[in-house]
Write a protein that binds this ligand. Structure first.
Ligand SMILES: O=P(O)(O)OP(=O)(O)OP(=O)(O)OC[C@H]1O[C@@H](n2cnc3c(O)ncnc32)[C@H](O)[C@@H]1O
Ligand SMILES: [Mg+2]
Length: 173
């Protein structure tokens, strides 16, 4: 089975590989594809669309069996700007599964930088005084004191996607 992953970000690709670790004979293709949404999605809806587009575009580009898209975004709530993360698993027949990851508020100064038009990736590097936070622990890792890294968060999303797919396979027989 060939799994087409719609990113080359190692924190995301690592999570996808964890998600399929119990399945035999899987091969992974990492593909740089378009999300079709803004670089910094600003709602659940836009983030879900980005995840689904990445999954569909990866599946089309890699001509595999399953496409996976993982997308990070933010959403405005009464409780501040929250990070939101979504994943999509798309089969060749078009069947699409979605699932969300951990969501926590961003500190006011980080939120203000995003509302002024910056992307979370570079803002986090400046805030944490680190390089490439987005490829490593992520904002979720920094603000949970390392308890939930970006890969761990997306690995949980992957479990929700693969689990839904398996459940449907099991119950449709
Ligand atoms: O190469 P791709 O797959 O695009 O990976 P990315 O890190 O850019 O991830 P997304 O496009 O899904 O994320 C959308 C935006 O939010 C940023 N972002 C999302 N989650 C983040 C996190 O946990 N830490 C740092 N930046 C994050 C990211 O840099 C983008 O500006
Ligand atoms: Mg991106």
């Amino acid at each position: 089975m060939i799994i087409c992953i719609g990113t080359k970000n190692p924190a995301k690709a690592g999570a996808v590989k964890e998600g399929f670790s119990s399945m035999p004979d899987v091969e992974f293709l990492e593909l740089d594809v378009s999300s079709g949404v803004s670089a910094q999605p600003f709602s659940d809806e836009e983030t879900i669309t980005g995840a689904i587009n990445r999954a569909k575009n990866a599946l089309a580009a890699g001509k595999g069996d399953i496409g996976i898209g993982l997308e990070g975004g933010v959403k405005q709530t009464e409780h501040g700007l929250l990070i939101c993360n979504w994943g999509a698993l798309v089969l060749r027949c078009g069947r699409t599964y979605i699932g969300a990851g951990a969501s926590i508020p961003l500190p006011a100064d980080v939120a203000d930088a995003l509302l002024a038009g910056e992307e979370l990736g570079p803002v986090m590097d400046r805030y944490a005084n680190k390089k490439n936070v987005r490829h490593n622990e992520g904002a979720i890792g920094v603000f949970t004191n390392g308890k939930i890294t970006r890969q761990k968060m997306f690995a949980h999303v992957m479990e929700s996607l693969v689990g839904q797919y398996e459940y449907e396979l099991k119950t449709s027989q």
